[in-house]
Design a protein. Structure first.
Length: 293
C-alpha cells in the first residue's frame, strides 16, 4: 500500500507538471519559442486566486476563473510586447527575452505582494477516500488534479484536431509562410496559443498550491523548469508527450524522494532526462524531423 500511495502522489504531482508542460509544448510547437516566463505566470495565477478567495471571500470557482482570465490577458500582453517584435530574431534573443520577462514578473510580484510566504486557502474540499481498510488514502485534491489533467489534454487534442483555430495552429506549426499564404492570421494564432497556455498555467498554479499550500513570488520557478523538462522528456511539441512526460517525471521525483534522498531528487530527475535524450533525442513520444536543405 505504501508503494501505491507513492504512485498516486507521483501521478498527482506529475499531473501539475503535465498541465504546465502543455503550455510549453503548445507555444514551442506553434511559435518555436521557449517561453521560460511560463513558470512565473503560474505564480501570478495562484496569487490572483489567493486574493480572490481569502481577501474578497469569493467562491473558489470564481477565484479560479478570475485567475485564468488574468493569466490569459497576461499571456497575450507578454506575447505582444516581448515576443512578437522578435518573431524573426535569432533563438538566443528570444531566450534572453524570456528570462528577462521571468525576472520582471518575479520582481513585480515582490513589489506587489512582498516576499512573505502566504498560506494558500483550500479551493478543493478537504478529505480523502479510503481503500483497503484505510491502508490506501487518496485525497480529493489528488483526484481532482489527475482528472483535470486528463480532461485538459483530451480537450486540447479535440481543439487542435477538430476546430478551425486548432487546424490553423497546426498549419502554423508546419509552415508559417504557407499558412499565411492560405489566409491564416499567423499573429492572431500565436497570440491564441499564448492565451491558452497562460490560462492552463493559472489552473496549474491553483492545483499546485492546493497540494503544497505555500505561496511566494518564486513559487513557479522550479515547477516551471521541471515542467519544461517534462515537455522535453515526452517530446516537446506533442500534447500526449507532455502528459506522459509530466506524469512520469512526477512519479520519478516522488520515488526518488521516498527511496533515495529528498536532497538529490531534483538531480535524479534531470539525470534521467539526460539519459533519455542520449538514447532518444526527440523525447519518448517525439518525432525526429529531417531538416530540409
Amino acid at each position: 500500500m505504501t508503494f501505491l500511495n507513492f504512485v498516486i502522489s507521483g501521478l498527482s504531482l506529475g499531473s501539475v507538471y503535465a498541465i504546465i508542460a502543455l503550455g510549453y509544448t503548445m507555444v514551442y510547437g506553434i511559435a518555436k519559442m521557449l517561453n521560460f516566463a511560463h513558470g512565473d505566470v503560474i505564480m501570478v495565477g495562484a496569487y490572483v486566486c489567493f486574493y480572490a478567495v481569502s481577501r474578497f471571500k469569493l467562491p473558489a470557482v470564481v477565484g479560479v476563473a478570475l485567475a485564468m482570465a488574468v493569466c490569459t490577458v497576461l499571456g497575450i500582453i507578454v506575447e505582444r510586447l516581448a515576443y512578437k517584435p522578435l518573431r524573426q530574431a535569432p533563438s538566443l534573443a528570444v531566450l534572453i527575452t524570456a528570462i528577462g520577462v521571468s525576472y520582471f514578473l518575479q520582481n513585480a510580484a515582490l513589489l506587489l505582494w512582498t516576499s512573505n510566504p502566504k498560506m494558500f486557502p483550500p479551493v478543493v474540499a478537504k478529505g480523502s477516500l479510503k481503500f483497503f481498510d484505510g491502508q490506501l488514502s487518496v485525497s480529493y485534491v489528488t483526484m481532482i488534479t489527475i482528472v483535470t489533467c486528463v480532461i485538459i489534454m483530451l480537450c486540447l487534442m479535440w481543439f487542435t484536431g477538430r476546430t478551425r483555430m486548432g487546424k490553423a495552429m497546426r498549419a502554423c506549426s508546419e509552415d508559417k509562410g504557407a499558412a499565411q499564404l492560405m489566409g491564416i492570421n499567423v499573429n492572431a494564432t500565436i497570440s491564441m496559443t499564448f492565451a491558452i497556455g497562460s490560462g492552463l498555467a493559472a489552473v496549474a498554479g491553483v492545483l499546485l498550491c492546493s497540494s503544497y499550500p505555500t505561496l511566494m513570488p518564486t513559487t513557479g520557478s522550479m515547477p516551471g523548469i521541471k515542467a519544461f523538462t517534462a515537455a522535453v522528456f515526452g517530446g516537446i511539441g506533442s500534447i500526449p508527450g507532455a502528459l506522459f512526460g509530466g506524469l512520469l517525471l512526477g512519479v520519478i521525483e516522488i520515488f526518488a524522494k521516498a527511496y533515495i534522498s529528498t536532497q538529490l531528487s531534483d538531480a535524479i530527475v534531470f539525470a534521467v532526462l539526460i539519459i533519455v535524450l542520449l538514447v532518444k533525442p526527440a523525447g519518448l513520444l517525439g518525432v525526429e524531423m529531417q531538416e530540409k536543405v
